[in-house]
Ligand binder design. Sequence first.
Ligand code: APR
Length: 233
Amino acid sequence: MALKNIVVFTGAGISAESGLRTFRDSDGLWEEYDIRDVATPEAWRRNPQLVLQFYNERRRKLLQTQPNPAHYALADLEKYYDVYIVTQNIDDLHERAGSSRVLHLHGELLKVRSERDPSLVYEWREDVHWGDVAEDGAQLRPYVVWFGEPVDAFEEAVPLFESADIAIIVGTSLQVYPAAGLIGYVPPESPIYYIDPRPVISYELQNRQNLHILAEKASTGVPKVVEELRKLA
Ligand code: APR
């Protein structure tokens, strides 16, 4: 029998126990920074140095962290299912844990691109400075989708949700669209597992049959769900 498809939708909470701050928790990044100052095209036009500094700090921090048991458990699930990770995160912790199919909806922190030509993308592990340019001579900017920019990977993600026999949601407040809207594409009969210490019943989750909520941290909740699914495989 063909392996069943699992789609996994992750947010900042899965990386919290690796030491990366979430956005909307009480100690979250959006408590310290105003989204409009660091994560919009207007911010980039107004004060690009501040934007670069924000992402330089994020990148330095990322390079000091490691995947946690939740990332590793999801990588392990590939032994039993066809697993597709769709993440809102810009870190590379799923890849480092060994997951082979990871789609980043909001970009990647370890890449940069030309501010003029979005197809000129480069791997980048250092700080980015004002004056660092791409092959076309244009300033390098973070390879990140800012508020107000289109989420180009959305179309690629939709069929992964539509063909999911099982969906797993981890560590996201489901506040940011269009990403959170992907949950609405999971077939009604497919079970959804949602692991988050403060789960949010978004519009797409209301009246949902077969919704299993584990109100706990990713490092314990995800391995539990993976173990349960392993037995069912
Ligand atoms: N394990 C699991 N979940 C956790 C943990 C943990 N240890 N700690 C916190 N969480 C949960 C919180 O309860 C919250 O529901 O993680 C979620 C984090 O929510 P947000 O900070 O809103 O992050 P996210 O949902 O990923 O944000 C979506 O918003 O700012 C943008 O582009 C950014 O991709 C991001 C998007």
